[in-house]
Design a protein. Structure first.
Length: 101
């Protein structure tokens, strides 16, 4: 029983910070400038999470990860499906590690 109460408590504590802004932001108007900043946050956070991984693909040769990231940028520029972008970047890194380095 204590485990169930702990899980329920953690659920409530996790749910409140996610639901509260949704209810509060419905009632107030946000300036377009602030709205633009809020709209950009997920992309900035994604970049912060991905970029260190790009640099740490191969510690001795970071150009491999940068090339994989470059391949992903080029493929995503052509608006390919995310699956193809990931596969292309991974294959590019594999080819570089196997044949070029």
């Amino acid at each position: 029983m204590p485990i169930v109460l702990m899980i329920l408590g953690m659920s409530v504590v996790t749910y409140i910070p996610r639901a509260l802004p949704a209810f509060l932001l419905d009632k107030i108007s946000i300036s377009p400038k602030i709205e633009g900043i809020l709209y950009a946050i997920p992309y900035a956070a994604l970049g912060v999470l991905i970029f260190p991984g790009i640099l740490s693909v191969d510690q001795s040769n970071p150009i491999v990860g940068l090339a994989g990231g470059g391949i992903a940028i080029v493929l995503s520029y052509f608006k390919l499906n995310i699956t193809y972008v990931i596969i292309g970047a991974v294959l590019g890194v594999i080819v570089m590690k196997m044949f070029l380095l």
